[in-house]
Ligand binder design. Structure first.
Ligand code: AMP
Ligand code: MG
Length: 530
């Protein structure tokens, strides 16, 4: 492996660390921190090994393939070598976890290596996840295991290629160290492979970043953070002032709304929408016990920690996002000192969500909208589909792809849609009548379109992915990786780069969840232990 001297390649801009005062304490031990961040170095690893990297994320930060395969890259992005000039730091934030205020949380196992200017994509922060303890690690170890790192790596990039706002994943490396985890908190601890993912984003600031200083009545820091966020990521809002603060909040509501609509479109369930896991720039952040919808179920949550309350279930994500935005509004109230416009923005979130959801559904179904307001017929069709999809176990992803190519003859509909059903026995006469009625209404509306059948199919396939990171596929890739076989990570990376394309050579990755995966840990149930 060549040494490429990556340190000479990056242009540091250090925007965050030069704006905010750092924690005065330099030693690395768990503590309460009043500042926005603490300097901390990643832990050296025993025997780092690069498992995979994302070519397009590397390109985004200006690295060539040769550089990404260099020893410098591995040493840097596994946390082993911090070149002169880099000043790694962990950020301080708080958050509501499962609806309860949790106080200071912070980057317990994330370390920002550097803030850089990329050649063509502006400012980016390079962040290691799983690179060892920080002052925010509380009682935990600061490390991450292979399984959760594979999940974060593959899903970040899958999300990006689906065209959904997300933090990127540049690389995943094994550390060569073992990490002990009790996966289901049942007393069965095991030593697992440690791994580090390098994430990339223009901002890792979270709703909880504002909540923590607000909870401490540190209004100066709240203001400084909001001003920074406006300058850095919302420059079009102009110089910070009361009006700009409000616009900033409104835009965060908008971006968050778009994000949730996108998640609903592709069947993504985040699983831990705590306010510390909500990005201020509206990106998907912190891939933990997330899951992808196999059979359409608005009540499904992948997170075993949430199995009782199902707070973060698929169908509740918009409501929870609004709840989280309400917490953000509280945190910045001191800057605006007027509850009414904040309340209006929150109310508009619900209104916007419904409108954007309707547009999204129209695009998924290939129904052209002729006005902003849906007809009653259209709205009924969209809403009743959710009931139909939940009557019997129906694979959401396969359903929409098949719906695009629904045959003209009514008599062929059921056979055509058969591959999306999980249990043939559920396809009773009653169900068939329900489905048929819905399809008749659907076809009638679709026939009112001005575009041709071919055009409709093409437009539907642009919003209905054929390939998602199915839970069982991620689990298979993990089990192979744990045996030292990384080929499935590479295959999934490849197929998920073009999720909307047919890619017939990868048909096996478009299959619905096999029966063995129905109740298997990792496939349908995940804990926060990672
Ligand atoms: P999460 O909900 O997974 O995003 O994590 C909630 C909080 O716990 C964050 O402050 C994390 O940094 C922290 N955390 C999670 N896992 C670990 C770990 N293994 N070591 C240290 N901190 C952790
Ligand atoms: Mg988190």
């Amino acid at each position: 492996m060549k040494n490429i001297l990556l340190k000479l390649i990056f242009t540091y801009d250090n925007q965050f660390i030069s704006t905010f005062e750092s924690d005065e304490v330099i030693d690395n031990y768990p503590r309460q921190v009043a500042s926005a961040y603490s300097f901390v170095n990643p832990k050296k690893t025993a025997a780092p090994m690069l498992l995979a990297y994302s070519k397009s994320a590397a390109q985004q930060i200006g690295l060539t393939e040769e550089q990404a395969l260099s020893d410098d890259f591995l040493q840097l992005f596994s946390g082993n070598n911090v070149p002169t000039g880099m000043q790694p730091f962990a950020m301080c934030y708080g958050g509501h976890q499962f609806g309860h205020w949790a106080g200071q949380l912070g980057d317990g196992r994330a370390i920002n290596l550097a803030e850089i200017q990329t050649p063509s994509d502006g400012h980016k922060v390079l962040q290691l996840k799983g690179a060892g303890p920080t002052p925010y690690s509380r009682t935990a170890d600061g490390f991450a295991v292979l399984r959760s790192s594979v999940r974060e790596f593959l899903c970040s990039e899958a999300m990006y290629h689906l065209g959904i706002a997300t933090t990127r994943a540049l690389s995943i490396s094994l550390t060569g160290d073992k990490v002990v985890r009790d996966m289901f908190y049942d007393g069965n601890s095991q030593a697992e492979f440690g791994a580090v993912v390098c994430r990339v984003s223009s901002s890792f600031i979270r709703f909880g970043s504002f909540q923590l200083p607000a909870s401490r009545k540190d209004t100066d820091l709240v203001k400084q953070l909001v001003d920074y966020s406006i300058h850095r990521d919302f420059p079009h809002l102009g110089e910070p002032c009361k009006a700009a603060y409000l616009k900033w909040f409104e835009e965060i509501c908008q971006r968050t709304c778009q994000l949730i609509v996108d998640w609903m479109r592709v069947g993504f369930v985040h699983g831990v929408m705590n306010t510390d896991n909500m990005s201020i720039i509206g990106e998907t952040i912190d891939y933990g016990p997330y899951g992808w919808i196999d059979d359409f179920d608005l009540n499904w949550t992948p997170n075993t920690t949430d199995a009782q309350g199902k707070r973060y279930r698929f169908g509740a994500q918009a409501e929870i996002a609004q709840w989280n935005l309400f917490q953000l509004a509280n945190a910045i109230f001191s800057l605006i000192e007027d509850a009414e416009p904040l309340q209006t923005a929150l109310n508009n979130f619900a209104k916007n969500y419904h409108q954007m959801w309707q547009k999204m559904m129209a695009s998924k179904l290939g129904i052209e909208l002729t006005s902003e307001l849906l007809t009653e017929e259209q709205l009924n069709l969209f809403v009743s589909l959710e009931d139909i999809l939940m009557l019997v176990e129906t694979d959401m992803t396969i359903f929409y792809r098949l719906l695009a190519t629904l045959p003209d003859q009514n008599s062929k509909w059921l056979t055509h849609l058969m591959p999306c059903f999980y249990n043939e026995q559920q396809i009773t006469d009653d169900y068939q009548i329900n489905l048929n009625t819905w399809l008749i209404n659907y076809v009638a509306l679709r026939n009112q379109n001005t575009s041709s059948r071919v055009e409709i199919i093409a437009s539907m396939n642009l919003v209905n992915p054929k390939f998602i990171l199915r839970n069982y596929l991620a689990q298979q890739a993990i089990e192979l990786a744990e045996q030292g076989d990384y080929s499935m990570i590479a295959d999934l990376q490849k197929v998920l780069e073009k999720p909307y394309d047919e890619q017939t050579e990868f048909e096996h990755f478009a299959q619905k969840r096999p029966e063995w995966a129905r109740n298997k840990a990792g496939c349908s149930m995940l804990s926060c232990s990672s």
